[in-house]
Ligand binder design. Structure first.
Ligand code: GLA
Length: 433
């Protein structure tokens, strides 16, 4: 009996000890969990602060890159190791950095509205332009047959992501259906020699143009406020400095007047209408464009601004000449937009090819020039309504096949969508005013 009693006591004591041990262990585990939760909350707080604070984000990115042995942006450009494309989350958003200056845009194809490319756009730009989807031949390939699918897709993507779309382009001498320029018998209008028929052809072409412009502007004027109305109508190499396109040969400058007037009628006073061209920094071309614009304004043609394409290279033109041109048009009360910015690695006449190994000093030269350019843009923000890149990352640029097929890298992001030295050159928080 006594032995049984002792055994009972031992059993009870053992159970009490076991329970005590379980309670102690449990309390230690819970304490750790509480600490974890606390740490997570702090991380979340920091993340929130980062999203609201661009400089904080940049500084954080710099700190993180010192802690982690990640390759630097410079290394990434020339890195032959396979680096997977990704969208860097902890770098500043380009359009947020520039929010006090002007919107930042990119020209894209519809396929870029999905996946990583879309994520890169969503992070860095607040304007979108159709690289091709809104050109005349895309929207009205044959008379009366409008094709809205791709244009609508871009507009929807922009709306869903709080971006503005700017329209490019209602009129151009290329990427336009041949049908515009054929007479009722199917002959080329430019070949007509009879004066009476030439006049009838002109009326027909202007009527077709009016329909094209009215139909498109009416469809999108609620969603699109900034419009390239005519593109590349100046050509200093042609006899009177006006590009001798079919538009010009058949109508003189009336196609320009008609396009602007119909756009205004269809879109109302709230849309802004631009005349767009490349090489606007060149004094001869700039002055011919100025003369045309002045003549149009004197006739009350509703032009609101000049689009400066700004396809430049790391060599040319001087930043000062780009700004001087903008100042000249601003004197006419016009807005200026940078509409198609990219920066080739090669001088205009250079046909060489760096291949996959772009020299580091070239990458740096590009960064320095981007820094100079954007410093000048910021200084002149009062005469610049927006800056649009003709692309987003080096994986997709018209320059890789023009003027020859070769390696090109004209943007701020490399083929893996990672920020290049050029990005940091225009975003570095320590150089911000
Ligand atoms: C011009 C046009 C753009 C585009 C580029 C190159 O600048 O305005 O639409 O076609 O050429 O692709």
């Amino acid at each position: 009996m006594r032995l049984t009693f002792n055994k009972k006591i031992i059993a009870v004591v053992s159970i009490v000890v076991i329970i005590a041990i379980i309670l102690i262990v449990n309390s230690i585990v819970r304490n750790d969990q509480a600490k974890d939760a606390n740490n997570n909350a702090t991380v979340a707080d920091n993340t929130q602060q980062k999203t609201g604070d661009v400089e904080g984000e940049a500084i954080n990115a710099i700190i993180e890159s010192t802690i982690e042995p990640e390759p630097s942006p410079t290394d990434k450009v020339n890195d032959k190791e396979v680096v997977e494309p990704s969208v860097e989350k902890d770098i500043p958003s380009l359009h947020e950095v520039y929010s006090e200056y002007f919107p930042i845009g990119a020209a894209i194809e519809p396929f870029q509205t999905a996946g990583l490319k879309a994520d890169l756009l969503k992070k860095h730009v607040n304007w979108l332009v159709a690289e091709n989807a809104m050109k005349p031949v895309s929207l009205q390939p044959t008379e009366g047959n409008f094709n809205w699918t791709q244009a609508d897709q871009l507009v929807e993507f922009a709306k869903a992501n709080n971006m503005e779309v700017r329209f490019h382009t209602l009129v151009w001498h290329t990427q336009v259906g041949d049908w515009f320029f054929k007479d009722v018998e199917g002959n080329l209008m430019v070949d007509e020699t009879d004066d009476g028929k030439r006049e009838a052809n002109k009326e027909l072409l202007l009527e077709r143009l009016g329909t094209h412009v009215r139909t498109i502007v009416s469809r999108y004027s609620d969603d699109i406020k900034s419009w390239d109305v005519v593109n590349e109508v100046i050509e200093p190499g042609d006899p009177d400095g006006m590009r001798a396109s079919e538009w010009y040969q058949i109508t003189g400058t009336e196609f320009i007047e008609t396009a602007f007037r119909v756009a205004r009628e269809a879109g109302g006073p709230d849309i802004k209408l631009y005349i767009n061209d490349y090489g606007t920094d060149d004094i001869v071309k700039r002055d011919r464009l100025y003369e045309l614009v002045k003549e149009m304004l004197d006739k009350d043609v509703p032009i609101d601004g000049v689009g400066h394409q700004t396809h430049i290279s790391i060599e040319w033109p001087p930043v000062g000449s780009i700004i001087e041109s903008m100042e000249k048009f601003a004197e006419l009360g016009l807005d200026n937009l940078v509409t198609e910015l990219d920066m080739s690695l090669y001088a205009w006449n250079d046909r060489s090819d760096f291949g996959e190994d772009i020299p580091t000093h070239i990458v740096q030269k590009q960064a320095d020039r981007y820094a100079e350019l954007f410093e000048a843009f910021k200084e002149h923000k009062d005469i610049i309504g927006g800056v649009v890149f003709w692309g987003m990352a080096d994986d997709h640029t018209w320059l890789s096949t023009f003027p020859i097929t070769r390696t090109e890298a004209p943007f701020l992001f490399d083929k893996q969508l990672h920020a290049k030295p050029a990005f940091w050159a225009i975003v570095d928080p320590f150089t911000r005013e």
